[in-house]
Design a protein around this ligand. Structure first.
Ligand code: SAM
Length: 252
């Protein structure tokens, strides 16, 4: 159940400064103690009327890339140097896995003598099937990754799949026109399901094979995700599909 998951009431309430301290707006000072704490809920804030609500600190950049169900973070670590000026966020529902990725990011940042590496990646615990618009504004994201999502093989479990008509509307909301959804899976049936649901959605069109293969993120998604490596070891197939968020039609 999700009742112990914490969400901001809206994107304005989300404090990213502890996730990406190197991207704090100049002039702002980091006043929080811990490096990457969980987000305070507004419920907590509201239940304590005497404590004044601390406005999140201003950031020079906003999160633009989301890795949905990031697992152990292989994609984040590899994309970090490829997109050095972009903030990337992994969202993961399993608490131990989220903690592992958070600790690894902290360690990798410390290890780096320049102090610049891995400052642009972070991870938080969330059920990405719910509340995405609590974290991200409309059209905030330029890329969303769905790497080896849980297949939920049985027909009666299909409604738990992370791609569906309803969820695709949420993804369309947080993605900017021109933004791209990246999908990869070793399960052919799930690949076909994702293609069918994105192609059926008016906000998305499939990206052509040539453009797909020229995109450096695609090679990384194939080779550097933990699941991608597993599938490689057993010489399994990997099915890739990309979908562009199209412009909304003009209002009449
Ligand atoms: N993307 C990683 C990779 O390619 O190696 C991990 C793939 S793993 C098969 C699927 C991951 O999605 C798991 O870590 C699981 O905990 C996470 N997950 C499943 N449902 C989720 C949800 N609703 N929100 C966030 N993460 C979820």
């Amino acid at each position: 159940s999700d009742h112990n998951l914490k969400y901001p009431v809206n994107p304005e309430e989300m404090d990213w400064s502890t996730h990406y301290p190197a991207f704090l707006d100049e002039g702002e000072e980091l006043h929080l103690q811990s490096e990457i704490p969980t987000t305070p809920t507004s419920d907590e804030q509201l239940s304590k009327p005497e404590s004044k609500v601390v406005r999140p600190q201003k950031m020079r950049k906003q999160v633009e890339v989301a890795d949905i169900g990031c697992g152990f973070g292989g994609l984040l670590f590899s994309l970090s140097p490829v997109l050095p000026d972009t903030l990337l966020l992994g969202m993961e529902i399993r608490v131990q896995v989220t903690d592992y990725v958070t600790d690894k990011i902290r360690a990798m940042r410390k290890q780096d003598a320049t102090g610049n590496s891995y400052q642009n990646i972070s991870c938080l615990r969330a059920n990405a099937m719910k509340f995405l618009p609590n974290f991200f504004r409309k059209a905030q994201l330029s890329k969303m990754f769905f790497c080896f999502p849980d297949p939920h093989f049985k027909a009666k479990k299909h409604k738990q799949r992370i791609v569906s008509a309803t969820l695709n509307s949420e993804y369309a909301y947080v993605l900017r026109p021109g933004g791209v959804v990246y999908t990869i899976t070793d399960v052919k049936d799930l690949h076909e399901w994702m293609v069918q649901h994105f192609e059926a959605h008016a906000a998305f069109e499939r990206v052509g094979a040539e453009e797909q293969e020229a995109d450096p993120c695609v090679a990384i998604m194939r080779s550097d995700t933990e699941e991608g490596k597993k599938v490689e070891r057993v010489k399994g197939d990997k099915y890739v599909a990309l979908f562009r968020r199209v412009e909304d039609p003009e209002e009449p």
